[in-house]
Design a protein around this ligand. Structure first.
Ligand code: XIL
Length: 494
């Protein structure tokens, strides 16, 4: 017997299912890789199938774009977005939203060398002008093509207490402009593109520690100065030892941002695990990692729409910054492996996204005969599931639908004598349905897919190519999937 867990198979990918749930999925990507359509097309096709949002990993950073005063290197970003207001690039042509990262990276090691070299000869007024020039040039060039900008990245220092306001880092911008550099950056970005959503982004600001409190004070101050700021990016570069649960510090921190009227999102998620020669030291870590990815997704869904997106810092272990960051002792941090094979992390997220319906009591009417409903009839050994007409208000015409936390749902009849909707002969030409006592059998676990407007289809968990449908005008059962109204059910909450 193969004891591997049976998993829901979603032919649509994360892109479609995440959109249904209201949280956009995104990934960091390299424009150069997109452009070269590397790895036999696998890189681009994985992105198109799974993501709505691309965040270029390095291409929008000042070190890449800003070559000197009035000297910019647009070539890659133009390819992605088009070089003029009316032209398009790969992003628009492929229905991708863009997250721009980052206008100001408040660390000297990520500030252009040519700028640092002039530090002693530049006056503060001149530096303010340069900041304005740069932000207007970049944000203005791609006006209305970038949905979100990280305006300032990593400005707050981790250490306990330095003497600077908000525990800001000692960096070029601070030395020249004081704390005002943060405010100016947001003001200039808003002037350059009033529609863009503007974020402050950082790491280690996910929990209720001193850093996230300082970040909150900083962004409240920016807003109090009259600048526009919409939200906070939390990077979430984490390790396998992290735990994330409803009500914990991470949830409290997110709620605290919302209470202060800020949006937020997960901007750079990866989950590092100990590796040896590139492979996980403990294979069980892959399942643990999967559960952690799923916990993050639940957190994002919990706070939707104030949590706008969930973005991972890449999607294949083939291209990830993590091993280099940890000197090759940790890695394997992303949802697919170095051959683009889906890891438990991907499957766990996809299962969680399959939760398309809130738990509750429902009536089920066939789309083709909306005046009828699915009902139960039980008498001794006879257990029937059939269609009935009439008001559909009796208990035997109602179903308690509940999420099983494994990608599937259980449907329990409200008929006192009946129990859970159960499929049988699922692979026969016409399989059947009846009600049976709940026994955690796979034939009692149903995968739902949404067509929108309260219309759904159901399939048995272990037969993804089959579907629960009318197989003639009055009988229901399990048949091969064919795209027609016979498999569409209108679910109405009672
Ligand atoms: C990293 C990139 O992934 C690397 O390729 C690059 O060499 C350095 O930067 N926080 C951030 C990201 O805000 O920009 C960083 O990205 C990872 C940490």
């Amino acid at each position: 017997m193969n004891s591997a867990p049976v998993r829901a198979i979603d032919p649509f990918g994360l892109r479609a299912s995440s959109a249904l749930r209201g949280v956009l999925f995104g990934t960091a990507a390299s424009i150069n890789n997109l452009r070269k359509d590397i790895d036999g097309g696998q890189y681009n096709s994985f992105i198109k199938k799974n993501y709505h949002v691309i965040e270029p990993e390095n291409d929008f950073k000042p070190m890449k774009l800003w070559r000197g005063i009035n000297n910019y290197s647009w070539i890659d970003c133009d390819w992605l977005l088009g070089s003029t207001p009316n032209s398009t690039g790969w992003a628009q042509q492929n229905g991708m939203q863009i997250r721009g990262h980052t206008l100001v990276w408040a660390q000297d090691k990520y500030t252009p060398d040519w700028l640092l070299k002039q530090e002693s000869s530049l006056s503060s007024d001149k530096v303010k002008l340069l900041l304005s020039d740069y932000i207007h040039a970049v944000v203005g060039r791609y006006r209305s093509k970038v949905l979100w900008w990280d305006v300032v990245n990593e400005a707050v220092e981790d250490s306990k207490n330095n003497s600077r306001p908000f525990n800001l880092r000692d960096c070029f911008w601070y030395r020249k402009l004081g704390q005002d550099f943060v405010k100016y950056a947001f003001m200039f970005a808003h002037q350059a593109d009033p529609q863009a959503q503007l974020y402050y982004n950082d790491y280690n600001n996910e929990d209720m520690g001193s850093k996230s409190s300082r970040v909150l004070e900083l962004i409240k101050w920016v807003r109090s100065q009259g600048a526009t700021i919409h939200g906070v990016g939390m990077q979430w570069h984490i390790r396998i030892s992290r735990t994330v649960n409803p009500g914990d510090q991470h949830y409290q921190n997110a709620q605290r941002l919302i209470d202060n009227d800020f949006d937020f999102m997960v901007t750079e998620l990866d989950v590092a695990i100990p590796i040896n020669a590139g492979n996980p030291r403990d294979p069980n870590d892959l399942e643990r990692q999967g559960r952690l990815y799923r916990a993050l997704l639940k957190y994002a869904l919990h706070f939707s729409p104030r949590c706008r997106a969930l973005i991972t810092w890449g999607f294949t272990d083939r291209y990830s910054w993590v091993p280099a960051f940890y000197n090759n002792t940790e890695g394997a941090a992303l949802p697919s492996d170095s051959n683009y094979q889906l890891k438990p992390a991907y499957m766990q997220m996809q299962e969680e996204l399959a939760r398309v319906l809130p738990d509750g009591i429902y009536r089920l009417a066939p789309k083709s005969q909306p005046d009828k409903c699915l009902s139960t009839y039980v008498n001794g050994n006879v257990s029937r599931v059939q269609l009935e007409s009439g008001g559909c208000n009796s208990a035997h015409q109602k179903w308690n639908i509940s999420w099983l936390d494994n990608g599937t749902y259980r449907l329990s009849s409200q008929n006192a004598n009946a129990s859970a909707l159960t499929a049988y002969n699922v692979t026969a030409k016409t399989g059947g349905v009846q009600t049976n006592n709940w026994s955690s059998n796979v034939n009692q676990e149903w995968v739902l897919s949404s067509y929108g407007n309260n219309v759904f289809r159901f399939r048995p968990r272990n037969a993804w190519w089959r579907v629960f449908a009318l197989h003639d005008t009055s009988n229901v059962g399990i048949v091969d999937f064919v795209q027609n109204d016979a498999l569409r059910w209108i679910l109405t909450k009672v």
